[in-house]
Design a protein around this ligand. Structure first.
Ligand code: GTP
Ligand code: MG
Length: 242
């Protein structure tokens, strides 16, 4: 048993069947749970830290949205969603990447335990918000992936920022890593439906090909939609340069 196994079992909410058949190994299951509870403390703290990082970043975007709404009489942000990756998907990802299951290894190897998705009205808002966010002197950019300029082969488009943000806890300042995904409503619409369709099981090769072709077509259509919307916006605001 690795030192984290009790924590992991606790996180996975050890089912009753396992509980009943628990090999005592000299200790009762209740004693085991007490031990696990003591060990689980650092894991709980880790999840709370990532939750705090989400809150910090969400607030930063809310502040930008508020300021822009006063300055330009329009909100660049439609909505913000945040999530801390579930223990189950963290474990799955660590396993898939063949990484050791420890808190240190999770923090070092996973960029997206804290995830913030910012849905914008127009494509230019994405870059404007990203610039204003990255300008802030407590934000450190680790990696930028521009899947808008260079869409993924799947057709996926979004701007991804892997950043570090400080959180201030009773234990002092901690630097937390987070993944910010900025997209338009059209990009989000495509990504959500693509995600649902991709995970439909038991498709033949031919059906998969049809699915991919259909999704690529939709991706091109949503990119065209974003472009046209941006042009309309620019015209309305008299910003077009030519
Ligand atoms: P991961 O190991 O999945 O984190 O890949 P990565 O580190 O190369 O990151 P990448 O930037 O490719 O993707 C990170 C996240 O972007 C995913 O968890 C999804 O939320 C989103 N994403 C990336 N590609 C796609 C895609 O083709 N479709 C959809 N729907 N979402 C995607
Ligand atoms: Mg990633």
């Amino acid at each position: 048993m690795s030192e984290l196994d009790p924590q992991i079992m606790h996180l996975m909410r050890v089912p009753q069947g396992v509980r009943d058949s628990f090999p005592s190994g000299g200790i009762s299951f209740d004693t085991f749970l007490d031990l696990a509870d003591a060990e689980i403390e650092p894991v709980r703290r880790m999840f709370a830290d990532y939750q705090c990082a989400c809150m910090e970043i969400e607030t930063k975007f809310k502040v930008l949205n508020e300021r822009f709404s006063v300055k330009y009489d329009a909100n660049p942000i439609e909505s913000i969603r945040t999530r801390v990756k579930s223990p189950e998907s963290i474990i799955r990802k660590m396993h898939a990447k063949n990484l050791p299951l420890s808190i240190e290894s999770m923090q070092k190897n996973l960029d997206d335990i804290a995830g913030i998705r910012v849905i914008c009205s127009f494509q230019n808002d994405i870059y404007m918000l990203a610039d204003k966010f990255l300008e802030q002197d407590d934000i450190t950019l680790i990696k930028k992936k521009d899947y808008i300029t260079n869409p993924k082969p799947s057709g996926y488009r979004s701007l991804h920022l892997i950043v570090e943000v400080p959180i201030f806890t009773e234990e002092g300042k901690k630097m937390m890593r987070a993944e910010v995904q900025l997209r338009t409503i059209a990009m989000d619409f495509w990504a959500s439906l693509e995600h649902k369709l991709r995970y439909k099981k038991q498709l033949t090769d031919e059906q998969l090909k049809e699915l991919s072709d259909g999704l690529t077509k939709c991706s091109v259509a949503t990119a065209e939609l974003d472009k046209t919307m941006q042009e309309v916006y620019d015209k309305v605001h008299g910003l077009q340069s030519q």
